[in-house]
Design a protein around this ligand. Structure first.
Ligand SMILES: [Zn+2]
Length: 313
């Protein structure tokens, strides 16, 4: 134990003096090497931030992929994560109704909130529902449907916001972030082309949606959403609405109901039993279904599930 000898030799005060000089130096050094602490609301944003940021970010997603994004209630650990974060990536558009109070309660001066839906061309929900399906507000609300990430072209806009924010916080890795963004952009473009090829020759493109999550995906890949079970997120549809869906499915020979793993399967299964339409289970979030851990895997999974069901009708 030579250091005890040293301690005796130099005396306690000398030892403490050495420590106090040494510790701040160590601190500064660790800070410079630390990845940027990032919090995101939903897993797609975690995947995109990690694609661009690589080892230079440490990303926490508040939702894991199994929850309903509209009715989520934050945990105490979420508040801690937001308090420690330098960047927070959200979708916006009223999707994460629970995030503003979380940010307010965290009270962090260093935190920057980035709304990744900025600049996305929005799709308005059907006016005949009279109410905004996600917030309960009237459809005159300028905000559009918030499920923008289900169109890969929108994911690229989100990716750009994320890249810009990371560069702003950590300019020393600008070249790396830009190269990562370009590489991911190319992978996404290739997948979009592959999936567009698969959807081109479908004889029937119609499906009933579980909740209004799919207008962006439908527009991109030319699927036709002909009915929606939950017109308003988090509320039960009326018996009248269910009956009209059953009649529509029978009369128009609609063969596919696209349910979502994050919601109860009870109503899609009920509609399926009452008609001959089959249920395919999709996921609005990466990780919701095994094999959909990344955004690219989730996109491929959802489109191929729909294609598979529609091809066999
Ligand atoms: Zn939703």
């Amino acid at each position: 134990m030579f250091w005890i000898d040293d301690l005796w030799k130099f005396g306690i005060s000398a030892f403490v003096g050495t420590l106090t000089v040494f510790v701040p130096l160590l601190d500064t050094r660790t800070e410079a090497l630390d990845p940027i602490p990032v919090v995101v609301t939903i897993p797609i944003l975690k995947d995109l931030a990690e694609q661009v940021g690589g080892p230079y970010v440490r990303v926490t997603s508040l939702l894991s992929g199994y929850e309903n994004e509209h009715t989520y209630s934050p945990k105490p650990s979420d508040l801690i994560a937001v308090r420690k974060a330098r960047l927070l990536f959200e979708i916006g558009l009223g999707l994460e109704v629970w995030i503003s109070s979380l940010v307010r309660n965290a009270g962090s001066q260093a935190l920057r909130v980035v709304t990744t839906s900025q600049g996305v061309e929005l799709i308005q929900d059907d006016a005949d529902t009279h109410e905004h399906p996600h917030t309960g507000k009237h459809t005159t609300d300028p905000e559009g449907n918030p499920h923008i990430w289900l169109d890969p072209a929108n994911a690229l806009i989100m990716l750009r916001h994320i890249t810009d924010a990371l560069i702003e916080v950590d300019p020393s890795h600008e070249a790396k972030f830009k190269a990562n963004e370009a590489a991911y952009r190319e992978r996404l473009r290739q997948l979009q082309k592959e999936l567009s090829d698969r959807t081109q020759r479908l004889p029937d493109r119609r499906f009933i949606a579980h909740h209004s999550a799919w207008p962006y995906l439908a527009k991109r890949f030319d699927f036709h959403i002909v009915g929606t079970i939950h017109l308003q997120a988090g509320t039960e549809p009326s018996a009248l609405h269910l009956q009209s869906l059953i009649e529509k499915i029978r009369k128009e020979h609609i063969r596919v109901i696209a349910s979502e793993i994050q919601l109860s399967q009870r109503l899609p299964e009920l509609l399926s039993r009452e008609t001959t339409a089959r249920v395919v289970v999709l996921t609005t979030m990466p990780g919701g279904v095994p094999g959909t851990e990344t955004y690219l895997d989730m996109l491929r999974y959802n489109v191929l599930q729909l294609v598979g069901a529609l091809e066999t009708t």
